[in-house]
Ligand binder design. Structure first.
Ligand code: 76R
Length: 289
């Protein structure tokens, strides 16, 4: 395999001429996952009335996130010992998102909340999302469709019509109100000489991502994903947030993708967090705060 890297630059939002100074992403939203454990020993020392007030305070802070600090926010219970609960927020205002984190930690519940994990990233449109012309080339070269055929032209046109909405969802995602979600960070590995994603020609990477996209599409309606980018921002290169209509579908999609070349040969994963969505009042009730 050639180690020559492609000259093709990514479709970067920052490739535009103008400089956008500030904390608002040039395109997309900030994306913040926060995970906490409850310190039961600290909770046990609190008088019941204080404990109830702290639970109410926490539920109030969490209820106010969506529409105020963040455009989207959801909280969820996490079974197991890695964390007891988590919250995921997305929005354009970094200081508001950070203030929301501070509000959780400085609330009356702060004295018994132990932060255990966080991940900061920004939504993006991957450089492998085909534009209309690239999609036409895929139909022609990989699916052997004749460009003069009506079917070919219809499919390209329909794709172009869907693309705007799909890109909006990639940058400004609406969080599905589904029963459960999972989160994990990932890297594309750089092992020389044959497994360096970044030294692999663009066309090979594109072919692998096309295979990846196809295997993901089999889960349409069962799994919804938001891939956020964190190179230079957090310890891993991407955050993967998946919502499932059922935990089984989350298990199945991750297992299925282990066999895609992009994951089988090039992916490394961080810790996995799984949770089930709950409204804030029910969350504090369930956790027996
Ligand atoms: O967004 C699109 O639908 C276009 C095709 C596509 C791209 C470009 C796509 C489709 N993904 C893309 C990019 Mn994805 N994705 C993951 C994971 O566990 C693993 O093995 C990998 C974790 C999952 C589960 C998943 C799901 N994807 C990416 C990138 C960015 C690469 C880059 O830019 O360099 C990563 C890191 C990544 C990882 N992906 C899909 C899915 C699903 C379900 C789809 C199909 C979406 C659909 O229905 O159209």
């Amino acid at each position: 395999m050639s180690l020559e890297t492609s000259a093709k630059p990514p479709q970067s939002a920052t490739a535009a001429d103008s400089i956008v100074e500030g904390l608002t992403p040039v395109a997309g939203w900030h994306f913040l996952h926060l995970y906490y454990r409850l310190d039961r020993a600290a909770l046990a020392t609190m008088p019941v009335s204080e404990r109830r007030a702290a639970a109410t305070d926490l539920a109030t802070v969490l209820s106010g996130l969506k529409g105020n600090a963040a455009e989207e926010a959801q909280c969820f219970a996490v079974p197991g010992h890695k964390a007891n609960w988590g919250v995921v927020m997305a929005g354009s205002d970094l200081r508001a998102l950070h203030a929301a984190q501070v509000a959780i930690e400085a609330s009356a519940a702060g004295s018994f909340l132990e932060p255990v994990y966080s991940f900061y990233s920004i939504t993006e449109i991957s450089e492998y999302v085909p534009d209309e012309a690239a999609y036409a080339a895929i139909l022609r070269d990989r699916e052997g469709m004749a460009p003069e055929s009506t079917l070919f032209q219809t499919r390209v046109k329909q794709y172009g019509q869907r693309l705007d909405a799909m890109n909006r969802q990639r940058l400004y995602p609406e969080f599905p109100n589904w029963p459960c979600l999972c989160f994990y960070p990932m890297n594309k590995i750089r092992v020389e000489p044959h497994q360096n994603w970044y030294a692999t020609p663009f066309s090979d990477r594109m072919a692998m991502m096309t295979e990846h996209g196809k295997s993901g599409m089999k889960f349409a309606g069962k799994v919804s994903q938001v891939i956020t980018a964190s190179t230079g921002l957090d310890d891993w290169e991407w955050g993967v947030t998946l919502w499932g209509r059922n935990p089984t579908y989350l298990k199945e999609i991750v297992y299925t993708m282990r066999f895609d070349r992009a994951s089988a040969r090039y992916a490394a994963f961080g810790p996995f967090y799984f949770g089930y969505l709950l409204p804030p009042e029910e969350l504090v009730e369930t956790l027996k705060v």
